[in-house]
Design a protein. Structure first.
Length: 329
């Protein structure tokens, strides 16, 4: 084990072109734009013929370019998805080949919590000696839903987000985290082989808010911080009402909470990285800011992480060497 942490030196998001509005859905099911927006906060989502690997490749290209990395510079690929192309092999193998990587690669399946799980796992591997790890969250959920089902089709969308993590000496960006699962809740949200997704929406809502709040508080405790120290919250973009309920219990304003669900829908493992990319590109996250990620997913999984942002920007990206100098004194 080394005394090393990690920082994000590149990021990228990719949303396919196929916009599906609430008005489009109203043509094929008993619903309206107003009904969907009032219950979920969603106005549109993307549905695509691109699989999660192809979507992930597009996001990864942007992240790698920003980080100034070539295929030979990446030591590992961690690919979070719950909608893989095959039962086997993992979608990570397709991505690894498509990007020309020469490193190991594996899929991580923790549903909507998958990206945060992957981020934490990658930090651990950096601490053990790896130098650069590519982490991707990517989903083609439109392939595993009934597009005429008002319970699920209104929620889910396709997309991908990616980050490059680079090792640095000392603590790095990850200050605290919490990962968990309650397997007794498997039947409230699941997809069997060759079937569509089934969801008990009311039970998911009830458990999700409680899980997000509890996990966020544990991650904060382990980071030795409170909500007073946080600058920006990035929740899993499942449903605006869930986000509002969770941050309300954390005594946190929605004005400083990422909200991309309106245009993206619920993109599962791609949700948090896409939201992170949106806030970074908008300049909302500054050097030294504390960022809280929190979410939940089928399983029922949950995951939270507290990061101290190291000052990397798209216009002036840099490697780990400049990390400490970018932090406010």
């Amino acid at each position: 084990m080394t005394n090393r942490g990690g920082i994000i030196t590149g990021w990228g998001g990719y949303l396919p072109a196929g916009v599906v509005t609430n008005h489009d859905l109203a043509k094929t099911m008993d619903t309206t734009d107003e009904w969907i927006r009032n219950r979920t906060g969603i106005s549109e989502r993307r549905w695509s013929d691109m699989g999660p690997a192809a979507l992930g490749v597009e996001a990864a290209k942007i992240a790698l370019d920003m980080a100034g990395c070539g295929p030979q510079d990446i030591d590992l690929l961690v690919f979070a998805t719950c909608s893989p192309e095959y039962i086997l092999p993992g979608s990570s193998a397709i991505v690894q080949h498509s990007l020309g990587l020469t490193c190991g690669a594996f899929d991580l399946g923790a549903a909507c919590s998958g990206f945060t799980y992957s981020l934490v796992a990658a930090h651990g591997l950096l601490n053990m000696g790896m130098n650069r790890i590519l982490v991707i969250g990517s989903e083609q959920l439109s392939r595993i839903i009934d597009k005429t089902d008002r319970n699920t089709a209104i929620l889910f969308g396709d997309g991908a987000g990616a980050v490059v993590l680079e090792a640095c000496e000392g603590e790095g960006e990850l200050l605290g985290f919490d990962l968990g699962v309650d397997g007794s809740a498997v039947n409230i949200l699941y997809t069997r082989h060759d079937e569509i997704t089934h969801m008990d929406g009311k039970e998911v809502f009830r458990r999700a808010v409680r899980a997000m709040v509890s996990s966020a508080n544990l991650a904060l405790e382990r980071a030795k911080l409170t909500m007073d120290d946080i600058d920006w919250v990035i929740p899993h973009q499942a449903n605006r009402r869930i986000s509002e309920a969770a941050v309300s219990r954390l005594n946190w304003p929605m004005e400083r909470t990422s909200a991309t669900v309106e245009t993206n829908g619920n993109t599962s493992a791609a949700s948090i990285p896409l939201a992170l990319v949106a806030e970074l590109d908008a300049g909302h996250i500054k050097a030294g800011d504390h960022v809280l990620m929190c979410g939940f997913g089928a399983g029922m999984t949950w995951a939270s992480a507290v990061l101290r942002w190291g000052g990397v920007t798209r216009e002036g990206g840099h490697g780990a060497a400049a990390y400490a100098a970018e932090l406010p004194s």
